[in-house]
Each structure stands twice: as C-alpha cells, then as structure tokens.
Design a protein around this ligand. Structure first.
Ligand SMILES: Nc1ncnc2c1ncn2[C@@H]1O[C@H](COP(=O)(O)OP(=O)(O)OP(=O)(O)O)[C@@H](O)[C@H]1O
Ligand SMILES: N[C@@H](CCO)C(=O)O
Length: 321
C-alpha cells in the first residue's frame, strides 16, 4: 500500500482548520499507488484526497503541476484541482512532507478495461492535449528518454538479480531506441503516466484523470505510447489485447489523427515506455526494503511488452527469447 507518512488525527484536524471545508469526520489511508501517501478524508462538508508527496515528487515542481491541473479543470476536463486554504495557499507542509488537499472525483479505476472504455480514455487524452495548446508552463521530463541511460547505469549489474542478463539486454535495446528516438515530433504538456489506475471511470465514461505528478513537456505521442503500453496488456505483460490498444488510438485520433510519420515512430515510443517503466520499477525493486508498506511492481511486466513492440529485437535477447 502507499502510505509512507502517517498523519495523526490531531495534525489532520489542525491542517483542515485552515480551510473552509468543514470539520474532520474520518480519514483512511488509500492502498493503491506506489509514489505518494494518499488519504481519503471526509469532512462535514465533502470528501477530499490528501496527498503527501514522497520520493519522486519534488516540492519545487508542485506549482507547475497545480497550474496544469487548474488550467485543465478550467477547460472542463475532469481533473482534480488542489483546494486553496483561507489564505489562498494550495501547497502546504504536513508531517514534514509537502502536501495538498485535492478535490475528490467520483469513479473507479479499472483493472481490465474494455475497448469501449479504452476508446473513451484515448479520447480524454486527446482532449487533454488539445486543452494545453495555450498552457505556457514548462517542466523537463525527469523520467524522459535522456534519463534512461543514467538510470540504467545507477541500477548497474544488480539488474541481473532480477533476471540474468537483464543489464546487457536493456543496454542493447536502449542503444536502438536512442538511435531511433523521434525527437522531431510535436511537444506539449503531457501526463506521462496515464495508466488505467490514473483514469477514473463510471461505465464507459471518464470521470477523472488523476495523478499528474510526472506531467512534463515532452513528445505528445509519447504520452499515447505510455498509455498504450499500460492499458493493452495484462498485468504480467505476457498477453496483449490489440483491440484495447487500437481503441485507445482511435479515441485519441478524434483530436489528433496520427500521421504516417507518427505511425512509423509509434513502436519506438512504446518501446521507450517499456524501458522507462522497467527501469523505474527495477530501481524500486532493488531499493525498496522488503518490509516496506508498499507493493513493489514487477519490472519484467514492462520488459515483456517489448515482444509486441519490437519482436525481432526481443527474439535476440537472452531475457526475452
Ligand atoms: N482526486 C481523486 N479523486 C478520487 N480518488 C482519488 C483521487 N486522487 C487519488 N485517488 C485515489 O487514490 C489512489 C492513489 O492515487 P495516485 O494514483 O495519485 O497515487 P500514486 O501513489 O501517485 O500512484 P501511482 O503509483 O499511480 O503513481 C487512486 O488509485 C484513486 O483510487
Ligand atoms: N505507473 C507507474 C508508477 C509511476 O512511476 C508504474 O506502474 O510503474
């Protein structure tokens, strides 16, 4: 589960007293997620999400994330803005961590999206990219393509404890991706982590896009490639559901039809997404104490997806053959 920082009832009641949100009724740690500590907070007026930002979110980036959320919310997209306190401040410190009180959105995140749900989610991503056309915030991608080689080096030979030969295999694939990376494609503010657990839905309707804490300026189509890799496989990365992947692209294409150039680059972008999540998960796998209150995610689940995005290369790798 992801509650790294415990918040006492007393500290939470004091914190909420600074807002016009009513009195604390209950607070529960939320099990989902690996990055930040999240609580579902109920007051006499409403429900909220309290997020305490942990390892990968730096306090200095919060103004960018909150400005992006405000911008998207103002265009009518279902994203949760942070609530300002009586003095107009949305960014706080609680139990020593940067913290925000966030509007609660209805809906549930799906474990097994259908093509109809993927169509709606792809459409929502397209609408989000259209909505940032006049957003002037900028943030470099702290987990972007240029960071993968240094992260691979930091993980080092320990990767072979996850699967023998993994370090050499990732290095090999990364060399190919670096050579083919389509850096000339359009850039804009992207979500960069729009997994099924970051999309809330009711039936086939998107009711929330959440967890913008990797948002950054990067290739627009890389966002769709991350989504494709995250949505159209089972949790082990072995089974690919092409209908879900196609539906995502179809929904997205209502806003931005893919050009031939973009179609040609898509597999490289998706293979890049596989590397990004293999490496971040591997880093966590190797560096999270076994008794931590968080479920480590399997790095190989993203690595296996390469069999779909680059079957020829995958067949040459010791860890995938
Ligand atoms: N604004 C919101 N409205 C309703 N539920 C929310 C909201 N924000 C977060 N949640 C709930 O909290 C869970 C964890 O939130 P979130 O995905 O932001 O955590 P995280 O640790 O950053 O996760 P990740 O591992 O995906 O990066 C979500 O799956 C969802 O159930
Ligand atoms: N969505 C990511 C966690 C954020 O880096 C994963 O599933 O690995």
């Amino acid at each position: 589960m992801a509650v790294y920082t415990q918040v006492s009832a007393e500290a939470l009641a004091r914190f909420l007293a600074g807002f016009e949100v009513g009195e604390l009724v209950s607070a529960k740690g939320i099990a989902e997620g690996v990055e930040n500590s999240n609580y579902l907070v109920e007051t006499t007026q409403d429900r909220f999400i309290l997020t305490l930002y942990e390892k990968r979110v730096s306090a200095g980036d919060l103004p960018y994330f909150l400005a992006l959320l405000d911008h998207l919310a103002a265009t009518g997209l279902p994203v949760p803005p942070a609530i300002a306190d009586r003095e107009g401040r949305a960014i706080h410190t609680l139990e020593g961590r940067p913290a925000c009180l966030i509007r609660f959105l209805p809906g549930v995140s799906l474990s097994h999206p259908t093509p109809a749900q993927a169509l709606a989610a792809g459409d929502a991503m397209g609408a989000m990219h259209a909505a940032v056309a006049d957003f002037d915030g900028h943030r470099d991608n702290s987990m972007g393509q240029a960071t993968w080689r240094p992260l691979l080096d930091r993980c080092g030979a320990s990767l072979d404890a996850i699967a023998p030969g993994l370090h050499a295999d990732i290095a090999h694939v990364l060399t190919r991706i670096e050579a083919d990376w389509p850096a000339h494609l359009d850039r804009c503010a992207i979500h960069a982590d729009l997994f099924p657990d970051n999309v809330l839905m009711l039936g086939d309707r998107v009711t929330g896009l959440i967890d913008f804490y990797f948002a950054c300026t990067d290739l627009r189509l890389y966002d769709l490639a991350v989504m494709h890799a995250a949505w159209s496989f089972d949790s082990t990365g072995r089974d690919h559901d092409a209908a879900v992947g196609d539906a995502l692209i179809e929904g997205y294409s209502r806003h931005y039809p893919l050009t031939d150039d973009e179609r040609g680059a898509f597999a490289t972008l998706a293979a890049g997404a596989c590397i990004r999540f293999t490496l971040s998960r591997a880093w966590d796998w190797l560096n999270t104490p076994a008794d931590a209150l968080v479920t480590r995610k399997d790095p190989l689940a993203f690595w296996r997806r390469l069999r779909v995005y680059d079957p020829n290369l995958a067949s040459l790798l010791k860890t995938l053959a």
